[in-house]
Design a protein around this ligand. Structure first.
Ligand code: 13P
Length: 252
């Protein structure tokens, strides 16, 4: 009943020309995919190119970040209307790299999530603990705080439009994936928190993606978990073959 989402987060990879080459090879390969939402979030400089190639296909376009104001004196920033005009439908918010390297806080994440929802963009809000936090047994507390603070003031009607990505920081780009059981445990906790915030009915509708070293070899076992509704894929989304295999995780 929750439509799976497989989203590629390209981070700072691929020029516009490389994006066009990828799109030309990749889009025909997913033409017959019906029951999975396929998203790629390229760098800002590639969004227009990707959106152009994706028009009329089943590939959707995301952005990796966004400012919470529509416009203003914010050098280097990009707003929701700018993304919308290009055909962007999803925006990743609060990725752990933005939290770690650019000082993003739960408070800032909250402003951006609310802006995305108000603008008709689907926010993919990222949460997840560091290795140190996991080893201190603080995973549940860390994730609870990130979810509660990130979603402050979001009303239940908007809650169901949300997407959350659980990305344990220790699994990102390390080749170490959370086991399906470890991931499911946190996903089910996140759904419980959503139930408290928005009510059970809304919580059942929210897609919760897993991210962190997702590969063709581990996607099926992750997707088999009850509360895992898709994946946010870094490295393995940069190659046509591996991303196609992840998108078609349901094929034997
Ligand atoms: P990797 O798939 O490269 O571990 O990256 C995960 C990620 O951060 C996606 O947002």
């Amino acid at each position: 009943m929750r439509r799976p989402i497989i989203a590629g987060n390209w981070k700072m990879h691929k020029t516009a020309r490389e994006t066009a080459e990828f799109a030309e090879a990749f889009i025909p390969r997913i033409a017959d995919v019906r029951d999975v939402e396929v998203v790629i979030a390229p760098p800002y400089t590639s969004i227009a190119t990707l959106a152009e190639k994706a028009r009329g296909t089943n590939l959707r376009v995301g952005a990796q970040n966004m400012h919470q104001e529509d416009q203003g004196a914010f050098t280097g920033e990009i707003s929701a209307p700018m993304l919308k005009e290009l055909g962007v439908e999803y925006v990743i918010i609060g990725h752990s790299e933005r939290r770690a390297y650019y000082g993003e806080t739960d408070e800032g994440v909250n402003l951006k999530v609310k802006k995305a929802l108000a603008s008709g963009l689907t926010p993919i809000m990222c949460v997840g603990e560091t290795l140190e936090e996991r080893e201190k047994d603080a995973t549940a507390d860390v994730v609870r705080l990130q979810v509660e603070e990130g979603l402050k003031g979001v009303v239940p009607g908007d809650g169901e439009k949300l997407v959350i990505a659980y990305e344990p920081v220790w699994a990102i780009g390390t080749g170490k994936t959370a086991t399906p059981d470890q991931a499911q445990e946190v996903h089910s906790l996140i759904r419980k928190i959503l139930g408290k915030l928005f009510g059970e009915e809304t919580a059942k509708k929210v897609r919760i993606l897993y991210g962190g070293s997702v590969k063709p070899e581990n996607i099926a076992s992750l997707m088999a978990q009850e509360d895992i509704d898709g994946a946010l894929v870094g490295g393995a989304s940069l190659k046509v073959d591996s991303f196609e295999k992840i998108v078609k995780y349901y094929e034997p």
